[in-house]
Design a protein around this ligand. Structure first.
Ligand SMILES: Cc1cc2nc3c(=O)[nH]c(=O)nc-3n(C[C@H](O)[C@H](O)[C@H](O)COP(=O)(O)OP(=O)(O)OC[C@H]3O[C@@H](n4cnc5c(N)ncnc54)[C@H](O)[C@@H]3O)c2cc1C
Length: 240
């Protein structure tokens, strides 16, 4: 019988970097994430910032939650259905756009204005107003710009880099959480094995399949329950 390997899906992501743990409990609303595979043949290349770009498998807008192991929340659960770790064992690169509604050049003008209004403040404190909690600390740290620097000392190149980072905070998705934290199971008995008019196995007479044991799954929205109910009803009413 043809069975597609199973894996947890609609499930949180584990992130290789340690900094998300520092933000555990923080929910970011109205953000955008773009997820692309890390290509095995180019392990050292940053797929998203230089060289050949890997095609994204997912891009979406919504809410994300930081946890002690990485990231979760509605957007992440949906994104997880598009990440095939069997096909891409090296994992995925997640780029977080914390200001999706603001184009990069507009963001640069806004940050420049914030810096001009308080030139002697530490720049790290000046950018906090753009983010919830102390997310600005993380942005400053990831930027590599010394947190002791004042706002007026940030040159235009550094300002540009800071804004690019705010619009594409990189994270490495090393894997997902396990089945016990997943909403559904991906994979299962191939639908090619099943007669779709009865849910009976084509190779074993009298054997019927329904629900998650099948290699059928969907995003959130009631579709998985619908799959279970519809296939269950059909199998139940077809059994002779
Ligand atoms: C927390 C959570 C929230 C969810 N929310 C949604 C949602 O909002 N919308 C949506 O569409 N889907 C949702 N789902 C997914 C949905 O519940 C499943 O896709 C659906 O229930 C699958 O139905 P099923 O009958 O195939 O499997 P299950 O519902 O898992 O039923 C399988 C049954 O078989 C029993 N069983 C297992 N092994 C044996 C055995 N050896 N002998 C006898 N019995 C056994 C189990 O105890 C279980 O009762 C959610 C899932 C979870 C975990």
């Amino acid at each position: 019988m043809d069975v597609t390997p199973t894996s947890p899906s609609l499930v949180p992501f584990e992130i290789a970097e340690k900094w998300p743990e520092e933000l555990q409990g923080l929910a970011l609303k109205n953000i955008e994430v773009t997820i692309a595979p890390i290509q095995n043949e180019e392990p050292e290349k940053d797929n998203c910032h230089s060289g050949k770009k890997a095609k994204p498998v997912y891009s979406g807008f919504g809410e994300m939650l930081f946890t002690h192991f990485g990231v979760s929340g509605p957007l992440v659960l949906t994104a997880s259905t598009m990440c095939d770790f069997v096909k891409y064992p090296a994992g995925f690169r997640l780029l977080l756009d914390t200001k999706p509604a603001i184009p990069e050049n507009e963001l640069e003008n806004r940050v420049k204005k914030i810096f001009e209004e308080a030139p002697d403040r530490h720049y790290v404190n000046a950018i906090q107003s753009l983010f919830p909690s102390r997310f600005g600390d993380i942005i400053a740290r990831l930027s590599g710009i010394d947190i002791g620097r004042t706002a007026k000392s940030i040159n235009s190149k550094e300002l540009g880099e800071l804004c690019r980072l705010i619009k594409a905070v990189p994270m490495t998705i090393s894997g997902t959480r396990g089945f016990d934290e997943a909403v559904i199971t991906k994979g299962g008995v191939s639908v090619k094995e099943i007669d779709p008019s009865t849910m009976e196995s084509k190779s074993v007479s009298g054997l019927y399949f329904a629900g998650e044991v099948l290699d059928v799954d969907a995003v959130t929205g009631g579709f998985n329950l619908q799959i279970a109910w519809s296939t269950g009803h059909l199998a139940g009413s077809s059994i002779r």
